[in-house]
Design a protein around this ligand. Structure first.
Ligand code: GMT
Length: 394
């Protein structure tokens, strides 16, 4: 039998897909018997205590001299400490900026070259933030020093090679969903908190950043509501929230919308809607849509980024061009009129979520990657220093 691993995971604790996925992975790995150490400056929003999962919070001291407290240095020091104290085998950085760099630096500070570093790219760390010339040289440097790089979709892997690092080998490991928690609606009374039985319920979940185009959700909702009794459920919060509220007010539709806020575990609420809308400029994957699919909710998103990979090019969810809320609305109305097509999509969405995108299928791929990285580091180290000398942390 293979020995359990000691795995470090670091992520942004804030509301967003990368932190959600990293925490879900930490929980699944601990459940599988590994010892998992999660490092972040606050408890990640999906964190829950469980056996074999330890949270190491990182404090970033402030000082009047600093306009920006040096988070990345404090992070690297904390990672170095955890590497040594927990005797990590592998450290997994989620969202490359700045975590890939802090992971490498942490290993250097710890003087433990045998520790493998895995970086998972989530999307905007390559496409938006990483595309900024301010970050690109450091991003390239850190990626080149990772022992393995994964991306959550084929599209993101291609973007990484095209825009950041042409020589980087990027393995695609898609996001996953815990189908024991995310499952179809069992309690109709839960749905009645947001819509009556004869109303269509549309939903969107995100951190309300401009890339999400939440305004298009509102515009599509307004068009559908002209034809059918409809309600809107908005999960999450962020910079566009005020504009979204203003748009609903201007359309006199505010009373038909529920703002659920940042729901830490959306497994229950996600089972309520009929359709999940994700009209982003580009999603590298669309984890929230996958979680909706696992609940038997039909996702409708844009034919951009990695989203078409998730919905099997339109079989497990509908695709519309970017910035076309009119098509978003007509797609919803068509599916409402064609129940057989809608049911086929829902069935396919459930099949994908319970199959290729399930935790059971995806988590073992990370476990296998960790083991291959660890054995590669061990052989490299044995070749470099046959006496097996080890660094010590200052
Ligand atoms: O902007 C977000 O959606 C948050 C962001 C994150 O990193 O927290 O999400 C990205 O990572 C998710 C998990 O892998 C993906 O499902 C999202 O598609 C991706 N967002 C974008 O590419 C815009």
């Amino acid at each position: 039998m293979l020995r359990p691993l000691r795995i470090g995971i670091t992520c942004h604790p804030t509301y967003g897909g990368s932190g959600a996925l990293a925490t879900e992975l930490a929980r699944a790995l601990a459940h599988n018997g590994h010892e998992v150490h999660l490092v972040a400056y606050a408890p990640p929003f999906r964190f829950e205590e469980q056996p074999r999962l330890t949270l190491h919070e990182l404090k970033v001291p402030d000082y009047p001299l600093f306009r920006y407290p040096p988070h990345d240095m404090a992070h690297a020091s904390r990672l170095a400490q955890v590497i040594v104290e927990a005797k990590l085998d592998v450290l997994h950085a989620h969202y490359a900026i700045p975590h890939s760099m802090s992971a490498w630096l942490g290993r250097e500070i710890a003087g433990r070259p045998e520790v493998g570093i895995v970086t998972t790219l989530h999307g905007t760390d390559v496409t938006l933030v990483g595309a900024d010339p301010v970050f690109r040289p450091a991003l390239r440097f850190a990626l080149a020093r990772s022992d393995a790089i994964t991306a959550v979709s084929e599209w993101l892997a291609q973007q990484t090679n095209a825009a950041v690092c042409s020589e980087c080998a990027v393995e695609v490991i898609p996001n996953f969903v815990d189908t024991a928690r995310f499952k179809p609606l069992v309690a109709p009374e839960l749905r009645r908190r947001f819509a009556n039985d004869d109303e269509v319920l549309l939903a969107h979940a995100s951190n309300f950043r401009p890339v999400k185009r939440v305004g298009d959700v509102v515009a599509a909702f307004a068009l559908v509501a002209q034809q059918r009794p409809t309600r809107l459920l908005l999960i999450g919060d962020g910079p566009e929230r005020v504009a979204v509220e203003a748009a609903l007010d201007a359309l006199h539709l505010r009373h038909l919308a529920t703002f659920a806020g940042e729901v830490a575990d959306p497994a229950e609420i996600m089972s309520c809607p009929d359709f999940f809308l994700l009209p982003s400029d580009a999603e590298s994957f669309g984890l929230a849509a996958l979680e909706a699919m696992a609940c038997g909710v039909v996702p409708i998103g844009t034919d951009a980024g990695g989203f078409p990979e998730l919905v099997h090019a339109g079989a497990a969810g509908a695709l519309v061009p970017v910035a076309r809320p009119d098509l978003l609305a007509s797609t919803i109305l068509d599916l409402l009129d064609d129940k057989a097509r809608c049911d086929r999509m829902r069935t396919e969405a459930l099949r994908c979520a319970r199959g290729e995108f399930s935790a059971q299928q995806v988590v073992p791929r990370y476990e296998a990657l960790y083991r291959s990285v660890i054995s590669r580091r061990e052989s490299q180290r044995a070749a470099a220093s046959p006496s097996g000398s080890e660094g010590t942390m200052p």
